[in-house]
Design a protein around this ligand. Structure first.
Ligand SMILES: N[C@@H](CCC(=O)N[C@@H](CS)C(=O)NCC(=O)O)C(=O)O
Length: 235
């Protein structure tokens, strides 16, 4: 059964690249506006827990009531479910970021909003899946397949090159300042060492990550999913 809470938001999460951005944005909103209050629920993403652990992402209650895709993160807002990181960030922005401190307004700033979507989608459909597959083939695949390892690693590097160009002469992905597109990109790039990607090759990306990590809300948000060891440097 879905978690019952007296808080308006329930956040189903885990300490992974897709889990962190939502608690970070919720902490940014809390710092700026004092809310919304939220209840984090740690979910298991281990296949070995399927059918054994209630809070596993493939549990029938989770698939039926929260996320038919069976993955974290997901939220409910007063019972209304939202899944997919970027959709959650956009929903929270539209619903709670009343002064548009971190997200663009589609009505008064349609081009700013489009630029924001472009960079959200760039990470959501590009860096996330490519880096995720690079992780898989480098670290977890039962067989080492050089073609797959190189293909995903090289594509991830190419995408970091695009970020590097965008961040040359810019502090944030949007000229209007830090916001949800940065939070989404940061959440993957901070795991670069896991696949052996050296950010020294991308100095503007490295400086951007460091700026984001210095924010108090980011430091708080990182602690919300049960913390794991920092990603090990690939040998
Ligand atoms: N496109 C999804 C990806 C979410 C995703 O892949 N989550 C992973 C953790 S990083 C997960 O829940 N995996 C569990 C599983 O595959 O069973 C999003 O952006 O929210």
């Amino acid at each position: 059964m879905a978690t019952q809470s007296d808080k308006p938001i329930v956040l189903y999460t885990q300490s992974t690249p897709n889990g962190y951005p939502i608690s970070v944005f919720l902490e940014e909103l809390k710092e700026k506006y004092g809310g919304p209050d939220y209840e984090p629920v740690n979910m298991s993403i281990r296949d070995a827990d399927i059918g054994k652990v209630h809070n596993q992402v493939k549990s029938p209650w989770f698939l039926e009531q929260i996320n038919p895709n069976g993955r974290i993160p997901a939220i409910t807002h007063n019972g209304f479910p939202v899944f997919e990181t970027s959709a959650i960030l956009a929903y929270l922005g539209q619903t709670f970021d009343k002064e548009h401190a971190f997200s663009r307004d589609p009505v008064s700033d349609p081009q700013g909003y489009s630029t924001e979507l472009q960079w959200l989608f760039f990470t959501h459909g590009g860096i996330g899946p490519m880096q995720g597959q690079a992780n898989h083939f480098n670290l977890y695949a039962p067989e080492k397949i050089p073609y797959a390892i190189n293909r995903y690693l090289n594509e991830t590097k190419r995408l970091y090159g695009v970020l590097e160009s965008r961040l040359t002469g810019r502090e944030w992905l949007l000229d209007t300042g830090y916001g949800i597109a940065d939070i989404k990109g940061w959440s993957w790039v901070r795991f670069a060492p896991l696949v052996g990607l050296d950010l020294a090759e991308f100095p503007n990306v490295k400086a951007w990550i460091d700026r984001i990590e210095q924010r108090p809300a980011v430091q708080k948000g990182i602690q919300i999913p049960t913390p794991r060891d920092p990603p090990a440097q690939k040998k």
